[in-house]
Design a protein around this ligand. Structure first.
Ligand code: AHG
Ligand code: MN
Ligand code: MN
Length: 340
């Protein structure tokens, strides 16, 4: 691991190169892909910043595959991701939360050894009220034979990710990514258009301050989930009460909890037995980052990164964040123990 202090100025490009040097066998393909993602992030950031001014707010008429009305910026961000990444020769295929099927690499472009899955704009229903939104990405190695990718490449368990990350378009734009050697954060300096290393080697506290959950669903939670919430609120066991913070943008809730310590919870419930969040575009990449920062992520029965996906838009219950708080969730939900 190359160590940096926050006082030295390190661009994301230089950081990626330095990380690559740790792997003499690396072809540079993954580094190139990460550059392209940083470029796409800057392009989306500029659109998000201009949203109010350019009068591109509001919903389009189209519904996405999840049956949700797409915001215009969802469509734009999806387009930016595809156009920034389809021609670099590093990908064999892609998948997006906003597209029903696999996104093939056009025949006119070369293909590469990786597959990319992404949520182009997470939390998009919050755009109209100026709440942070984000982009989430997951990179896996191509495993299918032949040049073009197949569903086999996309439907891999999260532990096989070679890199994952997210971008948060908040009061500043930050990109956090990991290639399995710690999680590192970069802040966009808009005056020079560069992501600069601002949060090297992020570590999340073992015990969290914040509980992020939408408790409007309380009436449809299972008894085990209700018990877990009593623990988190200090009404049962000896964990002590957490503060509740819920933005409703997964990236924003996750980012705050990653830095400050906390747990993000989106359980299954009577209405949605698999919860709401998508395994491949949301849970897997954030679980990868979370583990790299010393945290944990579970679906209540197993480690998120060990779930074998069977379909692109599969949903999963999610308990993710500070290690001890996720372990408490696993124990309470399995009925093994209730004490911390
Ligand atoms: P997206 O905007 O990509 O569809 O994701 C929305 C997600 C996620 O960002 C957030 O954590 C969750 O929806 C909030 O759901 P509820 O409104 O049901 O709490
Ligand atoms: Mn999302
Ligand atoms: Mn989305």
């Amino acid at each position: 691991m190359v160590t940096h202090t926050t006082t030295s100025v390190v661009t994301i490009e230089r950081f990626i190169i330095e990380q690559e040097r740790l792997h003499p066998e690396a072809s540079g393909e993954l580094s190139g892909l990460l550059y392209d993602l940083a470029l796409a992030a800057k392009m989306i950031a500029s659109k998000v910043r201009m949203a109010g001014i350019a009068d591109i707010l509001g919903a389009t008429d189209h519904e996405n595959v999840q049956g949700e009305v797409q915001q215009k910026l969802d469509v734009i961000s999806n387009e930016i991701m595809i156009k920034a990444l389809d021609h670099g020769g590093r990908l064999c295929c892609m998948a997006s939360e906003e597209e029903p099927d696999m996104i093939p690499i056009p025949e006119k472009f070369k293909t590469g050894n990786y597959a990319l899955l992404f949520d182009p704009l997470d939390g998009s229903s919050n755009i109209d009220v100026n709440v942070p939104v984000g982009t989430i990405f997951s990179i896996v190695r191509k495993i299918s034979p032949g040049k073009r990718g197949t569903m086999e490449d996309l439907l891999q368990p999260g532990r096989r990710q070679v890199a994952a990350g997210y971008v948060i378009y908040g009061s500043s734009t930050m990109l956090v990514y990991s290639t399995g050697q710690g999680a590192h954060g970069f802040t966009l300096d808009p005056s020079i258009g560069e992501f600069l290393l601002s949060h090297p080697n992020i570590r999340t506290p073992d015990r969290g301050k914040f509980l992020s959950v939408n408790d409007a669903y309380e009436a449809v939670w299972t008894d085990e989930v209700k018990t877990l919430m009593r623990h988190y609120r200090g009404l049962e066991g000896d964990r002590g009460a957490m503060n509740v913070r819920y933005v409703g943008s997964l990236v924003a809730d996750f980012h705050r909890n990653l830095l400050g310590g906390g747990v993000f919870v989106y359980p299954s419930n009577g209405k949605s037995p698999r919860g709401k969040l998508r395994l491949l575009y949301e849970a897997n990449p954030l679980a990868f980052i979370c583990e790299q920062a010393g945290g944990k992520a579970s679906d209540g029965t197993q480690r998120i990164l060990d779930v074998n996906p069977t379909e692109l838009h599969q949903r999963t219950p999610l308990y993710m964040g500070s290690k001890l708080d996720v372990e408490l969730a696993d124990r309470v939900l399995s009925g093994i123990a209730t004490a911390v």
